[in-house]
Write a protein that binds this ligand. Structure first.
Ligand SMILES: Cc1cc2nc3c(=O)[nH]c(=O)nc-3n(C[C@H](O)[C@H](O)[C@H](O)COP(=O)(O)OP(=O)(O)OC[C@H]3O[C@@H](n4cnc5c(N)ncnc54)[C@H](O)[C@@H]3O)c2cc1C
Ligand SMILES: NC(=[NH2+])NCCC[C@H](N)C(=O)O
Length: 531
């Protein structure tokens, strides 16, 4: 094969050159062949290669000072990238730790919510809850920052054939394993389609050769018999797995009737793992997601980051920016040449400023989604020992929505299950309760799936209600991408720039925060160089 440019990286580098910034050297060219792929002419689409931190150099030194509002991923990434190019950056972060929504709870973590409720985590050594972000897709630039900053990563199990599905509203009295649910749904759908094809129902759409190929595919996809019927089989799993000598194992048995399988609605979860952002393999930092902001803060320099510093006013003075903030009992003003504001938009909208009412209106346009998680620490890893579930997610139609089993610490003594990860109305139902009642509700639901041990073996717990978390008041936002307000905020308001995942097409992903920060850093540097 001849060498082909990889279009996204090349076009980005071209862009950086055009604005006086250069892409890094390195593998800007690759071939499908080099990746071990042998595409047909029709399939020779360029492979994707994310622009990495190493590709992102600001050419020339910037001498300006920059005050950055918010020490989440966008704020820290802004300080990190500008700092590499010589800028004098100061980060003002209201919480007493950096990371923002990237928040990992360990033993000793304390937090007081907006409603005044305080929790103190009693998690044991090595046990943690990623209360915000938990997973990273391979194409995300977040992984490249992990590489550059020396944050080790490991696989996050986002799909597991041994995890469970439980739809109470469909009348299920016990959960079913993913592998059996998939076998049955794929089997029956394949049977229906194969028979329809065979009986000529699709003749208008299919040639004879198409029909043959489709039937061949469906036989294997659905594990169909010679008469194109689905009757179950080993794909469903075993009550007792095959053993030595003459032990063929005990298969789970015949599948439920077709109508019952569809009525159980288990198939509604299968599209999740096909999402471009949720498909395996997924990854997580070893030791907790907060290893990312910790590493960023170290690279930025702790002396450049003020925590417990709540911004209360932003004024563009024409020749610079004056930011007022409260730290402890003191109120101070920090002056700089430029400002990058990375607070969530609905909170930034409340902060007094002189940037104009259209800016406030645009910031107020973003809808806010609630989300919550509870971490349930158990005295033993019963999901591994008893249920043979090593990581992954159980899906339900209960208001707990998802149960996550840990992708770290396998076979350890204790472990932590995410007992709910819910959004929207379900999240608000839990967040309205004090912690003890959230725990009780989560346990009552989980017992339906895992039995009484789900309650009796609990050691401690932590619940995170993002809509009640100070300085965040929500999990993520929904931008109106076509609105003039969104476009307005992509431009600086005088000397103030805006960044955050909410100004990207990857909301609810750190990737969005990183790329938004890089976009602002690029624009600001260009302005400084040409000023
Ligand atoms: C439940 C949940 C699950 C998620 N799952 C994933 C996932 O699996 N993978 C993934 O990559 N991403 C995930 N995300 C999204 C990810 O957390 C965000 O995209 C990212 O952290 C946003 O970074 P940011 O810097 O834009 O914003 P934020 O983290 O919101 O940072 C804003 C900062 O501003 C600070 N601030 C607010 N008010 C003030 C003030 N007045 N003065 C000073 N500072 C202030 C805040 O304390 C905060 O630190 C998830 C988020 C949540 C909530
Ligand atoms: N497009 C979205 N907002 N999806 C929600 C996903 C939230 C988060 N990134 C997660 O993986 O759990």
């Amino acid at each position: 094969m001849t060498q082909q440019p990889i279009s996204p990286a090349v076009s980005r580098r071209g862009f950086l050159r055009a604005v006086g910034l250069s892409g890094g050297a390195g593998a800007m060219f690759a071939t499908m062949g080099a990746l071990g792929l042998a595409p047909t002419a029709a399939a020779a689409a360029p492979a994707y290669r994310a622009p990495t931190p190493a590709d992102f150099h600001l050419t020339g030194r910037g001498r300006a000072s920059v005050v950055i509002l918010g020490g989440g991923i966008a704020g820290l990434a802004t300080a990190y990238e500008l700092g590499k190019a010589g800028y004098d950056c100061t980060v003002l972060e209201a919480r007493d730790i950096v990371g923002g929504r990237n928040f990992t709870v360990r033993g000793g973590t304390t937090q007081t919510d907006l409603d005044g409720n305080t929790q103190k985590s009693r998690f044991g050594e090595g046990v943690y809850l990623n209360a915000g972000p938990g997973r990273l897709a391979q194409w995300m630039v977040t992984l490249d920052y992990c590489r550059e900053l020396g944050v080790p990563i490991e696989v996050f199990t986002n799909a597991n054939a041994d995890a469970l599905i439980f739809n109470e509203s469909a009348g299920m009295t016990a959960p079913v394993r993913y592998r059996a649910a998939k076998a049955d749904v794929f089997g029956y759908v394949s049977e229906l389609l194969a028979k329809a094809t065979n009986q000529g129902a699709l003749d208008a759409a299919l040639t004879a050769a198409d029909k043959d190929r489709l039937t061949t595919f469906l036989r294997s996809f659905g594990s169909l018999g010679s008469t194109l019927g689905y009757t179950g089989g080993s794909r469903r799993g075993f009550a007792s797995y095959p053993g030595a000598g003459t032990d063929e194992g005990t298969p789970l048995g015949a599948p439920p009737a077709l109508s019952d399988v569809f009525a159980s609605n288990v198939g509604r979860y299968f599209s999740f793992e096909l999402g471009y952002d949720q498909a395996m393999l997924m990854f997580q930092p070893v030791g907790g997601m907060d290893q990312i902001p910790k590493a960023l803060a170290k690279a930025v320099g702790h002396h450049r980051i003020k925590v417990g510093a709540e911004v209360t006013d932003v004024t563009d003075t024409g020749s610079g920016v004056a930011v007022t903030y409260r730290q402890g009992k003191a109120t101070r003003v920090l002056r700089a040449d430029y400002c990058v504001a990375t607070l969530p938009p609905h909170l930034m909208a409340r902060i007094p400023h002189n940037l104009g009412t259209p800016v406030t209106a645009a910031l107020s346009e973003f809808g806010v989604t609630a989300a919550g998680k509870i971490g349930l620490e158990y005295q033993r890893r019963w999901w591994e020992e008893d249920d043979r579930i090593y990581g992954g997610i159980t899906e339900t139609d209960l208001d707990l929505q998802h149960i996550w089993y840990p992708s770290y610490g396998f076979h350890g003594r204790r472990g932590l299950v995410v007992g709910y990860y819910n959004t929207g109305a379900a999240a608000r139902t839990y967040s309205a309760l004090p912690h003890a009642e959230r725990e009780a509700r989560a346990l009552a639901q989980g017992v339906k799936i895992h039995g009484e041990k789900y309650r009796s073996e609990l050691v401690s717990s932590w619940s995170q209600a993002w809509d009640r978390t100070r300085y965040l008041e929500g999990a993520w936002t929904s931008p109106r991408y076509t609105s003039p307000g969104y476009q307005l905020l992509l431009q600086p308001a005088g000397r103030v720039y805006f960044a955050g995942d909410w100004l990207s097409h990857e909301v609810a992903w750190q990737h969005g925060a990183f790329v938004s920060a890089r976009s602002v850093v690029t624009a600001l540097h260009q302005r400084v160089l040409t000023a």
